[in-house]
Design a protein around this ligand. Structure first.
Ligand SMILES: N=CN[C@@H](CCC(=O)O)C(=O)O
Ligand SMILES: [Zn+2]
Length: 412
């Protein structure tokens, strides 16, 4: 099956040679081709180039992208799409003056979602979650990481991970799965942290490994949640099962968690609303990708990740949605890119690099996703006719995604 896209006004994120990620100043460069074609064979990008060089061949399908921009699908490396119910009452409570911390201390927050999840059947959780997945697909996401973390019991965590697995089996979007048993301490373990950590390490992890349910392990490393020492113990356990870590850290406080993550070769450190100079130093020249979640900052009114400072220090940065019922009930990566430009002062080039190739790196899939490179997966966005790709962040409230290609197939 061959599909040819012709007359592309601008083809973005064109990389002739394989790259894993872009860092610092490199992020300002978003290579592109104007008046281009792109040839897809089955689910793979077979070729691309200037329209003058467009092959004269018979193909199964031709798409005329006159006036439109084509780019690799968004790679959203941090979500909690699988959950039960929602938490709109907490949204109103925050409007009326309560903080995220105060709501959590009253038994709301993550424990509220955990209660709902444990009361809901696997089938019902699947049905609720698939709607969110379908929504983000329609908004241009072509690869997504989904975390557990609202079970906080052996059965609850397994249930969430099985739903993620089923979504991955039933949808063309690429899905990576992360075990986040260490999202919060359940009430019954409030005074017995080591008891819950033993449950994670001795009971949850072996079962998850046996069913091959996770690609990564995550911990909410934060004051009032998991300490640096507790997180290190869980990262080490994850490693024994071949699970690299992707860690929630520095959302509200900086407690030297990033250094611990780097020491354990974490693939990513995520959130980073509060970042110290020491944190930046420790991330330099490492393989750990910092991940910013600007929709979370927007929704719960906390600081934005200091992107400029980090890029000026030569660091890479990925952007992700954090789609979850508490802090970010949106998985719209177009909004993430726009907010990064508007609030974090990233240029459109930097933000698109952060949401494509660096997002792919943050899921361990930059060999196959995140750029227009021959041999990579044909997961693509075709926009509506645009003046330029700057309109993607500029028109922050509009849906500019016209068509989606996943696994080389145009989605209905
Ligand atoms: N901060 C930790 N976890 C989620 C929020 C969880 C929740 O409130 O349900 C986040 O990434 O923002
Ligand atoms: Zn999160």
């Amino acid at each position: 099956m061959q599909t040819l896209i012709i007359n592309i006004k601008e083809l973005l994120q064109v990389r002739e040679n394989h790259i894993e990620k872009v860092s610092g100043k490199e992020m300002a460069d978003l290579p592109s081709l104007k008046n281009a074609f792109l040839l897809i064979e089955n689910d793979i990008i077979k070729d691309f180039g200037a329209m003058d060089d467009c092959p004269k061949i018979n193909v199964d399908k031709t798409i005329d992208a006159n006036g439109k921009i084509v780019l690799p699908s968004w790679c959203d490396s941090h979500t909690h799409i699988v959950y039960a119910g929602n938490r709109e009452q907490e949204f109103v409570d925050r409007i009326n003056g309560l903080t995220y911390e105060e709501i959590a201390n009253r038994g709301g927050g993550i424990l509220n979602s955990a209660k709902k999840l444990n009361e809901t059947s696997e089938e019902e959780i699947y049905n609720q979650s698939k709607k969110r997945l379908e929504e983000v697909i329609s908004q241009g996401t072509g690869a997504v990481e989904i975390k557990s973390g609202y079970g906080l019991t052996v059965e609850g965590e397994l249930k969430m991970l099985r739903v993620i697995k089923k979504l991955a089996e039933n949808y063309s979007i690429t899905i990576k799965s992360t075990f986040l048993g260490a999202h919060a301490f359940p009430k019954e373990f409030k005074e017995n942290h080591s008891g819950y950590i033993d449950l994670i390490i001795d009971e949850m992890l072996p079962k998850i490994a046996e069913e091959n349910l996770a690609d990564f392990i995550d911990v909410f490393l934060e004051t009032g949640y998991f300490s640096v020492e507790e997180t290190e113990k869980i990262m080490e356990a994850g490693k024994r099962y071949g699970l690299p870590s992707k860690i929630h850290v520095n959302q509200f406080t900086a407690i030297s968690g990033i250094a611990a993550c780097v020491k354990h070769n974490a693939l990513t450190v995520d959130h980073l609303e509060i970042v110290t100079d020491e944190d930046i130093e420790v991330l330099k020249d490492t393989e750990t990708m910092p991940v910013a979640l600007p929709s979370c900052s927007f929704f719960i009114s906390i600081p934005y990740t200091p992107a400029r400072k980090m890029l000026n220090a030569g660091l890479p940065l990925a952007l992700a949605s954090d789609f979850n019922p508490g802090t970010t009930p949106s998985g719209n990566m177009n909004f993430v890119v726009a907010t990064a430009c508007i609030k974090m002062k990233m240029t459109p080039e930097e933000a698109i690099n952060a949401a494509t190739i660096n997002g792919a790196y943050a899921m361990g899939i930059s060999k196959t996703h995140g750029s227009i490179t021959r041999g990579k997966k044909a997961n693509l966005i075709i926009t509506k006719p645009l003046h330029s790709f700057y309109e993607i962040p500029y028109c922050f409230g509009s849906n500019l995604v016209e068509q989606i290609i996943l696994d080389g197939k145009l989605q209905a």
